[in-house]
Design a protein around this ligand. Structure first.
Ligand code: NAD
Length: 504
């Protein structure tokens, strides 16, 4: 791990080299476990972003012209390097995000699913062909790359999200510019080294570091053809509106407020175990974390809350270096303060405290950004803690009388990323999966994250624009169709002019 005394100055990755930032402006990168600054990441100026875009533009024609099989070979080599150097990657994730080692491993493995899909680009890029559509003309459609595309990622998956939103873009022949979160830039720069070692030509993969001004240049620069964004809902909304206004193809994934319904017939022990991992894993800093558990019926609620209280009391919070801990700190002191504020205000609004994680033991002996698990009962729609995405370990119980009431509540919420139900009744599950207005739906699974070869994305204000973060839809998102109608004249064929609209 990086020690507290080393503060590394990071750069950008342009034309296969790490180049120092020129703005003189930096953002601190923290180790959330110790609270200390481990690196300073440069904030790119508009001119630096423009130079990076120019390098990517220059690289595009040769990369597009390379055979799709050769491109896939490089992606395959990149995948091999990811697995060979996984320990370094785990250490970086843990150091800059505070995740546990097991959680970091899980993140990498889910990220590799996207790389696996990208290796299949030769198959996925196959087009359509029709023979003799009329007058000895054959027609075919090809999927061609867009050009220079940008990806903007959040802090909570330093490796998985960058892999998910860039691997296919590279494989289908685009030049890609990644703007990682300024909180976790080290992992993205490490991925750059691996791409270089895998043989990716200069300029095809770029990492430009910075904040919103850096992003604004990507959103408005005419060379950028598409934007794939993952982050919070207000920023996703802005990215979608601004990128679209500037003529770009945009998919912007936002936040989540994910519910778990527990029916009276469910095994409450199983449901509680599933809830704990899905709710508090990664200190609840997952867009698919369960934030609200909705037991149906008072008896279910009373029983479930008791089971949860006993189990939550045994959860262990601590640094990534401790293999026994269930989850680590939140990302920054500001984030910790904000979460405590949400809890305080929810109590003023009438929620009741089942478990209080505002001041865990470890926080007294550490400058890390630790919070223990908090569970609030009797949370109701309209309360701030119910309506807002709270990105930290403060979770809610909302009590309802019927399944219909639960479905209605979920459908009325502005976010619709993930949802799950625990039940042993197939008809109930079917009604739920049919009527629920959410993008990713589970039945008796704690976090219904689709595997990498299915599409991932929420509904309502959890996703802006048409397109998914990973899965086959990425091929469509990062390519455009070219449809060619082709006819070859034989030597003795005759021709004539027609002014009527061509028909078959
Ligand atoms: P964020 O929205 O603050 O930042 C995401 C990215 O946008 C970063 O690279 C950041 O530098 C940039 N950014 C921030 N403010 C900006 C602005 N005003 N203009 C332009 N760019 C800006 O998100 P975060 O705090 O890094 O990540 C957590 C959020 O991401 C949560 O809301 C979480 O639910 C969401 N998330 C969603 C998914 C999903 O699949 N839907 C996956 C992971 C995370």
């Amino acid at each position: 791990m990086v020690t507290n005394t080393e503060v590394k100055e990071l750069g950008h990755f342009i034309n296969s080299e790490i180049v120092p930032g020129k703005s003189g402006q930096f953002s601190d990168v923290f180790n959330p476990c110790s609270g200390s600054v481990i690196a300073r990441v440069p904030i790119a100026t508009k001119q630096e972003v423009q130079l990076a875009i120019e390098a990517a533009k220059k690289a595009f024609p040769a990369w597009r012209a390379l055979s799709v099989g050769k491109r896939a070979d490089i992606v395959l080599k990149f995948r091999q390097l990811l697995t060979e150097r996984i320990d370094e990657l785990i250490e970086l994730i843990c150091t800059e995000s505070g995740k546990t080692i097991e959680d970091a491993k899980g993140e990498i493995s889910r990220g590799i699913e996207s790389v696996d899909l990208a290796i299949n680009a030769p198959h996925l890029l196959k087009g359509e062909y029709s023979v003799n559509v009329g007058g000895n003309i054959n027609a075919y459609s090809a999927k061609v790359p867009l050009g220079v595309v940008a990806a903007i990622s959040p802090f909570n998956f330093p490796v998985m999200v960058p892999l998910a939103i860039t691997s296919m873009a590279v494989a289908v022949g685009n030049s890609v510019i990644l703007k990682p979160s300024e909180r976790v830039p080290c992992s993205a720069l490490f991925l750059s080294e691996l791409w270089k070692e895998a043989g990716l030509p200069d300029g095809v993969w770029t990492v430009i570091n910075g904040d919103k001004d850096t992003v604004n240049e990507l959103l408005t620069n005419p060379t950028i053809e598409a934007i794939s964004f993952v982050g919070s809902t207000p920023v996703a909304d802005y990215i979608y509106a601004t990128g679209s206004k500037h003529g770009k193809r945009v998919t912007a994934l936002g936040g989540g407020k994910n519910n778990m319904i527990v029916m009276p017939d469910a095994d409450l022990e199983q449901a509680a175990n599933a809830f704990l991992g899905a709710a508090y894993g990664a200190a609840s800093q997952r867009c698919m974390a369960i934030s609200t558990i909705i037991p149906v019926g008072e008896e279910t609620a009373n029983h479930l809350v008791k089971i949860l209280a006993d189990k939550i009391a045994k959860l262990k919070v601590g640094p990534s270096t401790d293999k026994e801990v269930d989850f680590g700190p939140v990302i920054t002191q500001q984030s910790k303060d904000a979460i405590i504020g949400y809890i305080d205000r929810s109590l003023e609004e009438g929620a009741t405290l089942v478990c209080d994680g505002r001041n865990p033991d470890i926080a007294q002996n550490s400058n890390g950004f630790y919070l223990g698990p908090t569970l609030l009962d009797n949370v109701k729609p309209g309360m701030e803690i119910y309506e807002q995405e709270v990105f930290g370990p403060a979770r809610n119980v909302v009590r309802v009388a019927t399944l219909e009431e639960a479905i209605q509540l979920i459908n009325e919420h502005e976010l619709g990323n993930g949802v799950t139900i625990f039940t042993n009744n197939g008809a109930v599950a079917r009604k739920f999966t049919t009527e629920i207005e959410v993008g990713m739906v589970g039945v008796n699974v704690p976090i219904p994250i689709p595997v990498g070869y299915h599409n991932f994305g929420g509904w309502k204000r959890s996703k802006f624009g048409e397109g998914h973060m990973f899965g086959p839809d990425q091929v469509r998102f990062f390519t455009k169709a070219k449809t060619i109608s082709e006819k070859w004249f034989e030597e003795d064929s005759t021709s004539s002019t027609t002014f009527a609209f061509p028909s078959n």
